[in-house]
Every structure is written in C-alpha cells, then in structure tokens.
Ligand binder design. Structure first.
Ligand code: LLP
Length: 411
C-alpha cells in the first residue's frame, strides 16, 4: 500500500458509527513507513526520531514506539503525551525554540536532552544547568520546503545559529562547563529530491569537526511525500546510499567512530496513512463556478488555506444515489467556515457530486488534526484507527459543547 485509500463501504460505515467529519488512519501503513525510515541506513549507529508535531495522537505514538523509533518534542504538551505513550527521557530530544526559563527548567528537570537555537538560549541553559549536556542547532545556509513558511534553513528564517557564531558558542559552552552532546539542523519541511538535504548534511558534518567528542549529529526531517499524483516519490534508496557515503567520509576524519547519525522525519511516517472524511450537504453554482459544500472547513484541515496545499480528493457516491452516468465536472470543494478562503480543493475535475456523497481527503495523517482549531466555535473531529487486523477503533473522541464552555470562569 503506497497510500491509504478508504473504500466507499467502509467510509459510509465509519461515518454512520462515529459521525462526520472524521480522521481515519491505517496502522499498517504507519508501521511500513517506520520500517522504511529505519532502513534508510543499515548501521547500528543510526537512529530515527519521529517528529511528533506531525501527529501526536497517543495511540499513533504507541505504534511508532513499538516500531523502535525514538522521538522529538517541541513543547511541554508534546512531552507529556510522549511520556504517556511510553517514551523514556533518553529516547526524547527536545528541539526547542525561544523557551521561557520555566519551560527550559521543566525539560531539564525531566532529564531530557535539549537543543537550543540561539546564543541567548544557550546562555540561559548554562545558567539553569551548569555542567550539563546540551545540543546546539545550526543553520548551514541551505533551506528547503514546500512553502517559504516551512523553510527553516538559509538566510530568511528565525531558526538556528549560523556557523559564523561558532566562537561565541564555544565561549558559552566553556563558561558554563557545558558538554555538547550533539549538533542538529532542520532545513525545512518537504523535499522530494535528495540534493539540498545531502548538501546541508555535508555542511553540518564539516561543522561537527569544530566540536570533537560529539555523541551524535542530527540532520533533521523534511522527507516529502507526493501529494499530487504527478509528483514522484522521494527516492529513499538513493538518499540512503549517498548519506551513508557522506557519513563514512566524515567518520573517517572524526574523533568518535561511534558517533550516532540521527534523522527526524514527521510527515513521511504518518501523512499517507490518514484520510479525512466529510459529507456533502449542498451543491450550487455561483457566477458559473460550481461549489460543493461540505463539513470540511479549514478548522478541520488548515493546509490548503495556509499554504495553498494540494490534497487529492476521492468522491464516494452515496449508495442511494440514482446517478449512474460517468459525467465529470469542474468544482470547488468548500467547507462551512465564514470566509471565502475556506476552499479545500479548487478547480478540480471530479465525478459528479451530489448531496449525501462523501468526500475523502487523502494524505492528511501529518499536520491534519494537530493543526485543527475551534474557529467559529466548531468542534474538533474524532480520530479512528484501522488496526493491523482491519478493525476500527476510536482513538480520539469528538469534542463536545461542554469542551467549548469549559474554560469560562464562573460557568
Ligand atoms: N525537525 C524539526 C526541528 C522540525 O521543525 C520539523 C517540522 C521536523 C523535524 C519534521 O519535519 P517533516 O519531516 O514533517 O517535514 N505544518 C507544515 C509543516 C511544518 C513543519 C514544521 N517543522 C505543513 O503542514 O506542511
């Protein structure tokens, strides 16, 4: 299975059982992607940290842990869920950005290794945990990503420390007797060609030579998936071979032959394992454009309005429909939010859609539910897992109106 594509019968059955809209995930595909990533390099000193921000559902984290992946975190909330999923402190890397002293203290007290990405945060770490182990995130000057908003390397991003500041990094490390356990980077989210990742990996290896005795080098995530049918899959075999070569060359010149190489995939592990199901409630034409009105507003899936992202859509016809033609139409699939930008799929050529049909949105396992919101006071949807035996199981309850009222004092 390359992508999880829910069947029509199953989709109608699940919406009848759990309500709409609904996120549905395939355990089988998550496990397959974990294994592929673990096989990127076939060596002992290679480690895969799942980047949990892509999907933090507790049951999904348990599956990923069961596959032997480690994990990153970037907020106390992520840490707390990861601990509940069974991850041990030494299996977690906290990749931070602009922490308050209280948050940094919280991570230190849990005994979790922390990566800092500015000189001022390194200074703060030194003050809070003198003599401790720390990780520093560098920006090699190379970036990648499907949108400028998720490109985290190069000259136009808030992230990481540029190589020119290495002397200051060394000064702060010495001042607080900190041990640098590793260095990390993340060039951005979603690359489908291997060049930028490899180029930046080579630069980070060069940088590592400035710091003898590191335990690991962490190259970050960004491994893309083909959202559009015309996109080619990322060639993990080629990437693995070239990475292996670059790593070998680096190790030959480095003082710790046991140094661990780490990667941090988020999207690659979970994106294709998720479908979002919603219902069609209205069909209309406005000034020559056909609009398919659904319950899939951008409160449920943010990626299209935020990044103009493309998600493939499957039309699942209502079994009661009398429509038997093979007619197709150009349509905009829209949600139920009060903004014109609330367009899930624009100008798509699809089979004729009627009220009562189901729309299944593909590749939503990453940055789908985790970015959903209560905008317009709508409830966040439920999540269901199709387990390895093919059984469905609720893994997050749909929110209730009590949840919406919970935080008003005095109620
Ligand atoms: N490591 C770090 C430090 C990161 O900031 C991220 C993602 C990752 C790893 C994992 O990246 P991935 O392998 O998933 O590309 N909401 C956006 C993506 C934001 C990614 C943020 N950082 C989207 O929907 O496309």
């Amino acid at each position: 299975m390359e992508k999880f594509r829910i069947s029509k019968e199953r989709a109608f059955e699940l919406l009848a059982k759990y309500g709409s809209p609904l996120y549905v995930y395939s355990e089988e595909l998550i496990r397959k992607r974990c294994r592929e990533m673990k096989g990127l390099l076939s060596r002992e000193n290679f480690r895969v940290n799942y980047s949990a921000k892509a999907n933090t559902n507790l049951e999904i984290l348990k599956i990923i842990r069961d596959e032997g992946l480690y994990i990153d975190a970037m907020s106390p909330g992520e840490l707390i869920i990861e601990e509940k999923a069974g991850f041990k402190p030494e299996e977690i890397l906290y990749v931070s950005n602009n922490l308050s002293p209280e948050e940094m203290q919280f991570v230190i007290e849990k005994g979790i290794l922390l990566s800092v990405d500015s000189l001022s945060q390194l200074e703060l770490y030194g003050q809070l945990n003198p003599g401790g182990r720390v990780v520093v995130r560098f920006n090699t000057g190379i970036g990648a990503g499907h949108h400028q908003k998720v490109n985290t390397g190069g000259k136009k991003t808030k992230f990481a420390i540029q190589a020119e500041f290495i002397p200051q990094v060394k000064e702060i490390l010495a001042k607080y007797r900190l041990r640098l356990a590793g260095i990390n980077q993340h060039i951005g989210s979603l690359f489908l060609g291997v060049e930028s990742y490899l180029a930046s990996a080579r630069r980070l290896f060069q940088l590592a030579k400035e710091f003898p005795g590191l335990d690991f080098v962490d190259l970050g995530g960004g491994f893309g998936i083909p959202y559009h049918p015309e996109e080619k899959r990322l060639d993990l075999v080629q990437l693995g071979q070239e990475l292996e070569k670059a790593f070998e060359e680096f190790l030959a010149e480095y003082d710790n032959p046991d140094l661990i190489l780490m990667v941090e995939p988020g999207r690659y592990i979970v994106a294709e394992a998720g479908n979002l199901l919603g219902k069609v409630y209205s069909v209309k034409e406005n000034y020559g454009v056909k609009y398919i009105g659904t319950d899939l507003g951008f409160n449920v899936l943010m990626r299209p309005i935020l990044y103009d992202s493309y998600h493939e859509v499957q039309v699942l016809k209502n079994p009661a429909s009398k429509e038997t033609s093979n007619k197709r139409e150009r349509v905009n699939i829209v949600g139920n939010i009060c903004e014109s930008g609330d367009i899930l799929a624009e100008n798509r050529d699809l089979p004729l859609i009627e009220e009562g049909d189901i729309v299944a949105v593909m590749d939503v396992g990453a940055y789908g539910f985790v970015m959903s919101s209560n905008y317009n006071c709508r409830l966040r949807p439920a999540e269901v897992l199709i387990d390895a035996g093919g059984q469905d199981r609720l893994i997050r309850k749909r929110e209730s109106y009590e949840d919406l009222l919970r935080h008003f004092p005095g109620l």
